[in-house]
Design a binder for this molecule. Sequence first.
Ligand SMILES: [Fe+2]
Length: 348
Amino acid sequence: MRYLPIQELEDKMILGQDLFDSEGRMLLAGDEELSSDHIRSLKEMGFHGVYIKDNISADIEFKQLMKPEIRSRALSMVHNLFMGKEEGVIEREQQLMELVVDVVEEILGNGDIMYNMMDLKAYDDYTFYHSVNVAVLSAVIGVRYGMEEEELRILTMAALLHDIGKRFLEDDILNAKRPLREEERHIMLQHPKLGYEFLTKHYNFTPEVATAVLEHHECYNGEGYPMRKSGLEISIFARIIKLADVFDAMTSKRPYRDMLPPSDAIEYIMAMCGSEFDPKLVEVFLKWVAVYPVGCEVVLSDDRHAIVTKNFPNFVLRPVVKLLETGEIINLNQDRDARNITIVRLVV
Ligand SMILES: [Fe+2]
C-alpha cells in the first residue's frame, strides 16, 4: 500500500483503505477499483491523496494508528458538536467520553507505532479533520510522554474540543482567503475563551478539559494568548495541544495557502523549541512523529524517487526506502553506501 497525491490517481487503481467524509459516512471501501467519476468527486471534496495498492507497494504494510471506524465516529461527533444545538448535551457528553476511551485504548494498544500525518486529510472540512488529527497526535505525544490512562483521556477530550469556540465565529472570518483585518483578528483571538465558557456552561467534564481549551494558544515563553501564561503555568494538556495544533495546521491545506511539507513544519517546531513550545515535549515529538511517513513517495538527493517503507524513532529523517524504478531497498539509517544520500522532498 502507498500514498498517492490526488493528481496522480488513475482509472482502475485499487483503493488501499476505506474513505470517509467529514461527517463520518463511508464514501468508498478499501479494495474498490477507482473510476474516473470517483477520482473527480474525491478532487471536488478536497482530498489531497489516498492510499492505493499496487505491485511496487505490495510488500509495504503498515498499521493505521486508529481504526477507520473510530476515526469516522470522531469526525461525525466533532461535526455535530460544531453544528449542533444545545439540546442532547448529556447524551453527547456520554458519547464523547466513550469515544475518548476508545481512542486512548487504540493508541495505547499500538505499541511503538509512529504518528503518520498522511492518515487522511481533506481541506474543505478543515475544522473537523483538524480537531480529530490534533486529538490523535496529542494522544500520541501524551503516551510517549508517559501519561496515565486517565490523563490521556482528559488530554484527548480537550484536544478534540480545543477549537470548539470557533463555532461562534462568522464563516467569513474562519475561512477568510485574505489576511484578517485588525478587528477580525481580535474576534478570532476570542475563540479559546468562547470555548472555555461554552464547555463550563453546558458540559460536566473535569475542569482540566475547559482549562486546556482556554490555554491552547498560550506560548511557553509567555507570548501567547489569552492570558500570557508561561512555562509550567500552562497546563500540560494545553502545552501538548499547542504543539499538535501547530503541526497539523502547518501540514494541512488552507483556503489561503497550500499544505507545507512535514519537514518544514518540523523545522519550525525545532526553531520555536523553548519559545512557543515546551522543550521536553518537542523532544518527544521529534522522536515519534514520522516526517516521511511509511507509504509516501520521496525524492532523494540524487533525484531518484522512492517509497518510504520503515521509520525509526529518533532518526525520523533517515527511514528505509524502496526505489520506485528498480525496487532496490536502501536503509538511509544504516547502509554505509547511503551515507551521502538525503531526502530532499516529500511528494504530496
Ligand atoms: Fe485554536
